[in-house]
Design a protein. Structure first.
Length: 139
């Protein structure tokens, strides 16, 4: 069995961002030489996310507004976590909602997606470096 590990690094210029990383993940699969197996993609930070959905601008807009309704950034004092001097409690909650990781099958060297599926990095507390792990196993 083969295995391969790679990290992507992101530093967004905005507090919230959604970035389609499907091509970078496919490039990692190509480097791995794995033709059939599994690919784990996970955020290695507690205020960012990895998830699968459609790459449609309206949906990305809707996610941002929906998440802000559920866990608004302000007022910052509404969260006990922010009593520590942080201002990102909302980002922790948004990450919990959107999820930490995805696992996608690899078939014939390609991500085995359903219709319209794409892998996204979701950032909820931007302006600093964060990592995403890609771990590939298979034959």
């Amino acid at each position: 069995m083969k295995h391969y590990r790679e990290e992507l690094v992101f530093k967004t210029s905005t507090r919230i961002a959604f970035i389609n990383i499907s091509e970078q993940v496919q490039e990692a699969i190509n480097k791995s030489g794995v033709k059939n197996g599994l690919c784990l993609v996970n955020s290695m930070h507690i205020t960012s996310s990895v998830y699968i959905n459609d790459d449609e601008p309206g949906l990305l807009h809707d996610y941002e507004h929906w998440l802000e309704k559920i866990a608004p950034h302000e007022p910052i004092k509404q969260y006990r976590h922010n009593d520590t001097g942080e201002d990102n409690a909302d980002a922790h909650i948004k990450r919990q909602i959107m999820g930490r990781e995805v696992v996608v099958a690899i078939t014939n060297g390609k991500l085995d997606f359903g219709t319209w599926e794409q892998i996204f990095y979701g950032e909820f507390d931007g302006n600093r470096k964060k990592r995403v792990l890609i771990k590939i196993i298979g034959e």
